[in-house]
Design a protein around this ligand. Structure first.
Ligand code: FES
Ligand SMILES: [Fe+2]
Length: 417
C-alpha cells in the first residue's frame, strides 16, 4: 500500500514531475520506422508533450513541438522537404535540431540569415532494429542501448503498438508479476475455452533479483524444478519501463498520466535451411483493444494483460491495495524507483544509463531462448515444441495481426499460410 503522495510520485510523468524527469533520462521507443513509409509525419504525445515525428527527404528523423514556432499551427498538417518539415500555414521550415531554416515572406522582403530566437522544441531520434527511439532528457544524450536481440540475424521481426487507456506504472508492474501467468493467461484462458476447473500448474516458489538493467524474476511451478530455465535464467523486468522475455520486448511508454503506448518488438529466427534471411523492413501494426461493443478483446496474451492494466483504473489507487508475498518484486521495483528519484533530487544520474559507446553496442540480458534464436531449429523441431508450433500457426501475443504481415511471416518461415 502506498500513500496518495507516493502514488503520485510513481505515476505522474509531465514535464517537471520527478518521475517525468527520471523517465526522460532514458531513450524511449515511440514508433516503428516503417510507419513513416506511407506518411512521413506522425503525431505523438509523450509524457504529456504534444509532438510530431517525421522523416525528412534526406532520411533524417525529427521529433519537434507539434505547434509551429511562428503562430502555433499544427505541424502535423505540414509536409517534409529535403532538410526538414514545413508548416502549411505560412511556410516556415524547421529542421530536426529545432532550428528555423526559412521564413518565406521575411526571406523575400527583408532577408536575415539568422533566425535566432525562432527555434522550436526538438528531441533526438534514433532508429534501431526497426524501432524509433526518442530521448527527451537533458543533453548530452546517453548512448542508445542496443540490446543483444537487436543484433541477431536471420530473423523475422515485427512491431506491435497498442493505445492503452491507463497510467504506465500499472503496466510496468505487470513486468514483475509471475503469478498472473497462472491465473490470467492459463486459468482464465482455459475458462474462456470452456474449462470448468483451475487446472494450471501452481506457482510453488518465486525469486527476484536486482541488477543494473532491472530485475530478474524466477519461478518454479508444479511439474518444474530448480533445474528449469524459468529458475536458472528467468525473465527480465527491464529498467525503467520494459519487459524482456527472450524473444520479445515490451515497453510501456507514457503518453500522459492516464494513457500508455504499449510498444512490443518480436523476433523469431527463420528455420534452419531458410538462411540467409534479410528482412528489408520491419512491419509495424496497431492492435485493436476493444470489440464492437466496447468490451476489451480477451483472446490474445497481451490483450489479456491490458484487461488487467486498464481494469485497475486510469491511475491505480495504491492506497487501497493489499500486497502479499506474490508481490515482492513489485515492492522491489517501487523501492528502486523511490531510491532513484531521491538520487536524482540530489543531483545524481539514475542507474542503468550507458555513456560508453562500446558498452552500448550489444548488451546481453538473461535469456531463456538464446540458442533457439541464434542457432535456430529445423521446421521439424518447431513442430515438436507445443509453444513454437503454435507460434507458427498464429500470432498469439496480440489480436489483429494484418494479413499482409502474416503473409510476410509465412514466406520468411517457409510454411504454408
Ligand atoms: S504558423 Fe507556421 S508558418 Fe505561420
Ligand atoms: Fe501477462
Amino acid at each position: 500500500m502506498l500513500t496518495a503522495a507516493r502514488n503520485d510520485m510513481l505515476t505522474r510523468v509531465g514535464p517537471g514531475t520527478p518521475m517525468g524527469e527520471l523517465l526522460r533520462r532514458y531513450w524511449q521507443p515511440i514508433a516503428g520506422a516503417s510507419e513513416l513509409d506511407t506518411n512521413p509525419i506522425k503525431t505523438v504525445r509523450l509524457m504529456g508533450e504534444d509532438l510530431v515525428l517525421y522523416r525528412d527527404g534526406g532520411g533524417r528523423y525529427g521529433l519537434i513541438d507539434r505547434h509551429c514556432p511562428h503562430r502555433r499551427a499544427d505541424m502535423a498538417y505540414g509536409w517534409v522537404e529535403e532538410t526538414g518539415i514545413r508548416c502549411s500555414y505560412h511556410g516556415w521550415l524547421v529542421n530536426e535540431t529545432g532550428r528555423c531554416l526559412e521564413q518565406p515572406y521575411e526571406d523575400t522582403t527583408s532577408p536575415k540569415p539568422s533566425k535566432a530566437g525562432c527555434e522550436t522544441k526538438a528531441y533526438p531520434v534514433k532508429e534501431c532494429a526497426g524501432l524509433l527511439f526518442a530521448y527527451l532528457g537533458p543533453l548530452p544524450a546517453p548512448e542508445l542501448p542496443v540490446w543483444e536481440p537487436f543484433t541477431w540475424g536471420n530473423g523475422f521481426r515485427e512491431i506491435v503498438l497498442a493505445d492503452v487507456p491507463c497510467n504506465w506504472f500499472q503496466c510496468q508492474e505487470n513486468s514483475i508479476d509471475p503469478v498472473h501467468f497462472e491465473w490470467m493467461h492459463d486459468n482464465w484462458g482455459a475458462r474462456m475455452r470452456g474449462a470448468d476447473a483451475n487446472a494450471a500448474p501452481k506457482h510453488l516458489k518465486l525469486k527476484f533479483e536486482a541488477f543494473d538493467h532491472g530485475f530478474i524474476y524466477k519461478r518454479v511451478r508444479e511439474g518444474q524444478s530448480e533445474e528449469d530455465r524459468y529458475w536458472t535464467v528467468g525473465r527480465v523486468a527491464l529498467w525503467p519501463n520494459g519487459f524482456y522475455l527472450g524473444s520479445h520486448f515490451e515497453w510501456r511508454v507514457p503518453v500522459d498520466d492516464e494513457n500508455t503506448l504499449s510498444v512490443a518488438w518480436f523476433f523469431i529466427r527463420v528455420p534452419k535451411g531458410r538462411e540467409p534471411y534479410v528482412q528489408e523492413r520491419v512491419p509495424t501494426w496497431v492492435s485493436p483493444l476493444q470489440d464492437g461493443t466496447g468490451r476489451f478483446i480477451t483472446s490474445h496474451v497481451i490483450n489479456q494483460d491490458i484487461v488487467a492494466w486498464a481494469g485497475q483504473g486510469r491511475i491505480a489507487d495504491r492506497t487501497k491495495e493489499h500486497l502479499r508475498s506474490s508481490d515482492i518484486g513489485i515492492t522491489m521495483m517501487r523501492g528502486r524507483f523511490f531510491e532513484e528519484l531521491e538520487a536524482m533530487a540530489a543531483g545524481k544520474e539514475p542507474g542503468g544509463i550507458i555513456r560508453s559507446a562500446n558498452e552500448a553496442q550489444c548488451i546481453a540480458l538473461p535469456n531463456m531462448a538464446r540458442e533457439l534464436n541464434i542457432e535456430g531449429l529445423t521446421l521439424a523441431e518447431f513442430d515438436k515444441d507445443p509453444i513454437l508450433r503454435q507460434r507458427l500457426k498464429e500470432f498469439r501475443h496480440h489480436y489483429g495481426q494484418p494479413p499482409e504481415v502474416r503473409r510476410e511471416f509465412v514466406e520468411a518461415m517457409g510454411i504454408s499460410g
